[in-house]
Design a protein around this ligand. Structure first.
Ligand SMILES: Cc1cc2nc3c(=O)[nH]c(=O)nc-3n(C[C@H](O)[C@H](O)[C@H](O)COP(=O)(O)OP(=O)(O)OC[C@H]3O[C@@H](n4cnc5c(N)ncnc54)[C@H](O)[C@@H]3O)c2cc1C
Ligand code: SF4
Length: 496
């Protein structure tokens, strides 16, 4: 275990955060990590408890998400090695369960820390920051590519290069398969690249991983909609994996929706990232505009952060859900997630700059007003009774020249399955508990227990077909998409 009794006299120290006045001037990482030495001291606080809930990754009755790390990262062992300065061994421990700690170390909301035993009495161990520090160390030392596959190796085609597709690709390459990843965007990464903004996940972090994957023989075929190459993909593959995400957005179907200046959040976020990467001006700008973001969660928070960086005049976030309580009794809910009010980085920055949190809760959008372009968003307060809402409160109007819809996602695009003549599973419809939409709409439990949609057909040489990530689970988290990708690869390999 870490240092005996360290948790009694060493306090938790988190990474630093750049002040908003500075961080909104660019799209660079807003986090300033501790040094490896400081992180090693933080790791010493780990108590190596007998029952380490942090690494359990189990679903407790009634819990919407897993408790503890869905990857079952070996957290106390890793912390102990980090504390003892056995950095290379710690990196190897992480790699046993997590192929991409450089992603989770930056974007994971750390259910492990919520379940940390120390968190019951004091502040939890900095598990997420420890993971990032070790992955940064690993990349400084250099990550070796995998051996190249043999010419006669079996072929797997993966549609989609988000964290789920990348995980399946890496695992199949590790098993010696030839791997082809089809991606309709111009760059690989899925929502890592074109959803989560640069200040949370700098894009060079994805690029360097893709480079190692390419050196390992994995082919990325970008700018390619797989549905336009069905015959090629079917004939060349022994197995086919749908990792297409769940990116069909939920709309706000009210009067005035057709007005100019109203965008889906991911279209806005991806245009910003694309313009930064291509070093050109962005076609959607919040500069000097009143911005209204509809929907809470991380997507809404990312929109707030981006609009601030583009120089918005004002930002308001309209959220149907009720405001969560400021505190809860940890002893009653631990190790499950806590329903407490939290601020994302964008909301914190908005608070620092505008003097108020941008969110208004228990409020619905009832119309968009304007003449060709949007000028205002009409809203109405909701009242909640016994968990159900009624639209009966006061109406109001918010000035808006830019509206961003961040209401979550309806699931995967069924037409991709249909193009390959594959019966789509009972795909998730309104999910997005993570994205923070109304709890009335939550439903993020995977509907099919198996990843296999169709076994290999020897007579007609049709590939075995699998599904992984958000397309199977509904909109969720990077860590869940990676865990699901690992499960999918395991199931696929067991079939061949
Ligand atoms: C704005 C935003 C912020 C988020 N922030 C966080 C966060 O901070 N932390 C966190 O843990 N999670 C976050 N998430 C959730 C997380 O990004 C997703 O759960 C995760 O990326 C899902 O991975 P995936 O591989 O299943 O799908 P995706 O990442 O959605 O990737 C699917 C890929 O498939 C491609 N594709 C689809 N159809 C085709 C086709 N026909 N041909 C070729 N390619 C195709 C798509 O272009 C896409 O690249 C966020 C989500 C959003 C939208
Ligand atoms: S992947 Fe997420 S849940 Fe797992 S140890 Fe890392 S931060 Fe915690």
């Amino acid at each position: 275990m870490g240092r005996i009794g360290a948790f009694l006299h060493i306090d938790r120290v988190d990474h630093a955060i750049r002040p908003a006045s500075e961080s909104v001037c660019d799209f660079d990482d807003y986090v300033v990590p501790l040094t490896l030495e400081e992180q090693s001291e933080q790791a010493s606080r780990c108590m190596n408890c007998g029952v380490a809930f942090c690494q359990s990754g189990i679903r407790l009755g009634g819990s919407k998400h897993e408790v503890g790390c869905p990857l079952h990262n070996l957290i106390p062992e890793t912390n102990d090695l980090l504390y003892r300065h056995r950095f290379d061994d710690a990196v190897k421990r992480v790699a046993l369960t997590n192929p991409f700690p450089e992603f989770t170390g930056r974007v994971c909301p750390a259910p492990c820390e919520v379940a940390c035993n120390l968190g019951l009495h004091k502040k939890a161990v900095t598990i997420n920051d420890n993971e990032r520090a070790l992955s940064d160390y690993a990349w400084e030392q250099g990550i070796d590519p995998l051996p190249l596959p043999s010419d006669d190796a079996s072929v797997v085609s993966i549609i989609g290069s988000g964290p789920a597709g990348l995980t399946v690709a890496w695992e199949m390459a590790r098993a010696g398969w030839r791997v082809r990843v089809y991606e309709k965007a111009d760059r690989p990464g899925g929502l890592l690249m074109y959803g989560i903004p640069n200040m949370k996940l700098p894009k060079w972090v994805i690029d360097r991983r893709i480079d190692v994957m390419k050196q390992s023989g994995i082919e990325f075929i970008c700018n390619t909609d797989a549905t336009e190459h069905v015959d090629n993909i079917t004939t060349e593959s022994d197995a086919l994996v749908f990792a297409i995400g769940a990116q069909v957005p939920r709309d706000v179907a009210v009067d005035g929706r057709e007005l100019d200046g109203i965008y889906f959040a991911v279209d806005y976020l991806s245009e910003i990232t694309n313009s930064l990467l291509d070093d050109r001006s962005c076609t959607i700008s919040a500069k000097d505009k009143d911005v209204v973001v509809i929907g809470g969660g991380d997507t809404g928070n990312d929109c707030v952060g981006c609009a601030l960086r583009q120089g918005a005049k004002s930002i308001t976030q309209v959220i149907r859900a009720q405001k969560a309580p400021e505190m809860c009794n940890i002893q009653e809910v631990w190790p499950a997630e806590r329903n407490v009010f939290t601020q994302g980085y964008g909301q914190r920055e908005a608070c620092e700059l505008f003097g108020r949190d941008p969110r208004i809760f228990s409020t619905d959008t009832i119309a968009f007003k304007g003449n060709n372009a949007v000028e205002a968003v009409e809203i109405q307060a909701l009242s909640y009774e016994g968990g159900r809402h009624r639209i009966e409160g006061a109406e109001d109007s918010l000035p808006a020249q830019l509206v961003l819809i961040a209401k979550g996602f309806l699931g995967a695009d069924r037409s991709v399955f249909e193009a390959f003549d594959v019966e789509p599973p009972n795909l998730q419809t309104p999910s997005d508990s993570f994205q923070g939409s109304s709890s009335l709409e939550n439903n993020s439990v995977a509907s099919c227990s198996s990843h296999c949609l169709r076994a290999f057909d020897q007579q007609v040489q049709k590939p075995a077909v699998f599904i992984a990530g958000d397309s199977r689970l509904g909109s969720t988290l990077v860590v869940n998409a990676i865990a699901d990708g690992l499960d999918c690869a395991r199931e696929l390999l067991a079939m061949f």
